[in-house]
Design a protein. Sequence first.
Length: 454
Amino acid sequence: MEEIFKHIDDNLQARLEQLFAWLRIKSVSADPAFKDDCRAAAKWLADRLAEAGMQKAELIETGGHPAVYAEWLGAPGKPTVLLYGHYDVQPAVKEDGWDTEPFEPVVKGDLMLGRGTADDKGQVHTHLAAVESLFKVNGSLPCNVKFIVEGEEEGGSEHTEALIRDNAEKLACDVVLVSDSPMFAEGYPSLCVGLRGLAYGEVVVEGPGGDLHSGSFGGGVANPANVLSQMLARLHDADGKVAIKGFYDDVVELTPAQREAIAKLPFDEKEFLKNTGSPVAAGEKGYTTLERIWARPTCDINGMLSGYTGEGAKTIVPRRASAKLSCRLVANQVPEKALNQMEAFFKEVAPTTVKVTFIRHHTGQAYLGDTGAPAFVSARRALKQAFGAEAVEIREGGSIPIVATFAEVLRAPCVLMGFGLPDQNIHGPNENLRVSNYHKGTRAVAAFFVELAG
Ligand code: BES
Ligand code: MN
Ligand code: MN
């Protein structure tokens, strides 16, 4: 391992430069204007994987942005690891509040800053770097390795689920490794065993045929913005519970042992609040902050649109009001069922004075794994070697819907070993990844392969 680690250390600078070339490609999957950039980012990765020593590096067409596949199966009798990540990123412009250009990555002290550093190109690059160092030092890998890196994760992996199902044999493996999540805190290498799911919808309230003078008509007809806010106000009860009928029916409750384990983690609520900029923590009554984020479902309004929002005042009854809202789900909630419940909720609370419609957007399944599989012993050993500390077991509030698909279709344990930090600002301005954690992460991935091979 020493020689591998040394190779990783010696090549850190060159690797960062290589990663930065990838980060400069604006692979924003949501915006059709960046379609070619997405393909270029996929091609870039396939080329680097081939250079590193992987075989059959190729783009797989999906109907949307292509996925990248590569394999090296030269270790018969040894386990096969499937490495998953995504090369697509969230939109970003400097005006969103960035200190530097989002697609001109820079290093400041120990931080690399730029869109995609943590989510997820920087983390995928630890996989590429680990494989390359193993090939350079040993001429081979200790176990069999497959890469599947998609370009539609940020949009809900629209075509990826079908891709996994259609290629189940090609992707067959003994363990899936995903690096697309943060660590618990600096100095706490982490194994993530739970992710939340998602049900995304939109409610539209339509009243008058056009905006009306609120003096001549206000009080005479229903105001869609008033109606929408009244309906939205009923989404939660006084205890902060979601008031949608049946919403908690399938929720797997935390066991006393699980609550105890979470309570034992050195969670720094002050630091958490600092990262949010909020004055106090808040949410469902009866659960701690970590429990609420990791193991309780939520319903959040993501955006609202209605009426006049320009300079000064304009006295109108708006013709329309709408809100986008999403529920974060936990095991064993069924995303489609949650969408049905959301739709039923709005149907029930809608007054007859307006027209209310519900639009269904994307969904994703929650994931709750267990760490009993032997691969987790290897993962713990690898993290210990790379970070010099024992790994902690965590969950995360975010969603990587394809993980549940892997578990179901490939029937393999999923090791979620991420190298970001809670202040990584993914999806926001100044997204960042610590250079030191990128470096230790690369060591951990290489050590994981060695440990798995036994
Ligand atoms: N890497 C994140 C998921 C994540 C965030 C895991 C925070 C752990 C902690 C992923 O790229 C992401 O943003 N997922 C979306 C999924 C959605 C588009 C279906 C999310 O969570 O909103
Ligand atoms: Mn991600
Ligand atoms: Mn993301």
